[in-house]
Design a protein around this ligand. Structure first.
Ligand SMILES: Cc1cc2nc3c(=O)[nH]c(=O)nc-3n(C[C@H](O)[C@H](O)[C@H](O)COP(=O)(O)OP(=O)(O)OC[C@H]3O[C@@H](n4cnc5c(N)ncnc54)[C@H](O)[C@@H]3O)c2cc1C
Length: 432
């Protein structure tokens, strides 16, 4: 039953609607029966103006991107005399070390579990004639950040490309082709042209800290009971430090891969548990013909894209990126060979047998099964999330760094680099 007040509201709405229909400036519908071609409807008259406005806006966005300035440093140098151990040599850990070097602090070392630095920033240089990113690949902000993240006097010479796929296809469960959503009009990203995130990390940051990195050294226990922190490795060695910067993926923290003595405070673990890492993998297929479009979207979590889009190579590489979602959770359990077969079948279904016809080689990188990583990237967090609680050191001794701790560059390589910088600076500021 409608109340009197609701009835009069509806009446007022209807009157407003009738008024609008009679109004010459009515924008909603062009009434074909009353269309006078000598007087085009007002929405058509504004069309050229709107087009010019859109093109200007588009050019502006492409030039500038959504860019958040890199915060200035708060320190010139340090006279801190303690020692620091950085755990994890991904972009966050390497950047923390690079920042310490820049401030003239040298009493630190980096312990990395794997045989290589970089974490989720890796490249494969033996697949085709140019290196391809195994993990992170896009530059999710304007590429001027590459120079802005440099502390020493290096000039970044890396060339980048605007990543704007033009030929796309959206395939839904029933293989129906539908247009891409409107949000694609606002999509802006970049990639390295013929280099990778790994070469950037190597050439501009790792090069300053490489003599301090100890590879193949997984940390198993952090004991912060005493004045000095005891860091024990899988080989059973124990190292001592005054401060620890923990730059490992959040999944490693959530899955309890490192033991803490005493346990980390509940407030800290509660917030860490709210971080939502995505499972994920990538597969590269080389074909002798490009029968696919720049971008083929299966759903929100799984895409096939031209893996060498605008890159200087004559080879054809199609990349599958699967991250998050129920299907990814099932797929990551498969062996590499099963993953390959599943996706070849899928491609043959979408492209009517062309995948098998033109196949040359493939490579699989299952990030969820990668030791010491076990995830792709962090999709977000369960609110209310208090990032500041994780950023606060435990007992003024253990600090946390990583892509999941940077705003506004959450879950990105540059976010990880800026987080490492911020935390290294905080350690020195807190200590002096
Ligand atoms: C498939 C994929 C695609 C991605 N795409 C993009 C993209 O296009 N653009 C983008 O900006 N970002 C992307 N990302 C995310 C990006 O790679 C991460 O945000 C970034 O690498 C995080 O850096 P990090 O230093 O915080 O962690 P990581 O890179 O994970 O480094 C952590 C390091 O800690 C080490 N470690 C772990 N446990 C221990 C231990 N117990 N002892 C010692 N060392 C340990 C690990 O071995 C690793 O080297 C992608 C990631 C993946 C996997």
């Amino acid at each position: 039953m409608l109340t009197q007040a609701q009835l009069s509201c509806r009446q007022a709405d209807r009157q407003r609607h009738d008024l609008n229909k009679n109004d010459t400036k009515y924008w909603g519908v062009i009434h074909l029966t009353s269309l006078d071609l000598s007087k085009p409807p007002i929405c058509l008259m504004y069309l050229p103006f709107l087009l010019v406005l859109w093109c200007t806006f588009d050019a502006f966005i492409w030039k500038n991107g959504r860019y958040s300035e890199v915060p200035p440093l708060e320190l010139d140098s340090t006279d801190y005399e303690g020692s620091i151990i950085i755990i994890g040599a991904g972009p966050a850990g390497i950047s923390a070390a690079y920042t310490l070097e820049y401030f003239g602090f040298r009493n630190y070392q980096i312990l990395e579990a794997k045989e290589e630095i970089g974490g989720r920033v890796q490249e494969m240089d033996d697949f085709i004639d140019i290196p391809l990113d195994l993990g992170a690949e896009w530059i999710h902000t304007h590429p001027r950040i590459l120079q802005d993240m440099i502390l020493f006097n290096d000039t970044v010479t890396e060339e980048t490309i605007v990543y704007r796929p033009e030929r796309y296809r959206q395939v839904l469960g029933d293989r129906v082709k539908v247009p891409l959503p409107l949000r694609w009009l606002f999509y802006r990203e970049w990639k390295f042209k013929s280099t990778t995130w790994k070469s950037y990390l190597n050439d501009y940051m790792h090069t300053y800290v490489q003599d301090r990195v100890q590879l193949n050294t997984p940390v198993t226990t952090i004991d912060y009971t005493g004045a000095k922190i005891q860091v024990t490795t899988a080989a059973g060695d124990t190292l001592e430090a005054d401060k620890v910067i923990l730059a490992v993926p959040p999944t490693m923290l959530k899955n309890g891969r490192i033991e803490y003595v005493p346990d980390l405070p509940t407030a800290k673990t509660t917030e860490i548990d709210k971080v939502v890492p995505y499972e994920g993998f990538k597969i590269w297929f080389e074909f002798d013909e490009q029968f696919y479009k720049d971008y083929t979207i299966l759903d929100s979590y799984r895409i096939y894209f031209d893996g060498v889009f605008e890159k200087p190579t004559g080879r054809n590489v199609l990349t599958m990126l699967s991250a998050g979602g129920a299907e990814t959770s099932d797929l990551i359990k498969l062996s590499d060979e099963e993953l390959f077969e599943f996706h070849m079948n899928e491609l043959d279904t979408i492209f009517r047998g062309k995948a098998s016809e033109h196949y040359i080689q493939h490579r699989v990188q299952n990030w969820s099964k990668e030791p010491f990583i076990e995830e792709s990237w962090e999709a977000g967090y369960t609110p209310p999330f208090h990032q500041g609680t994780i950023l606060q050191p435990v007992d003024d001794k253990i600090y946390f760094a990583g892509a999941y701790l940077n705003e506004p560059h959450f879950a990105s390589v540059h976010g990880a680099i800026l987080s490492g910088r911020q935390v290294a600076q905080k350690v020195l500021l807190d200590a002096t």
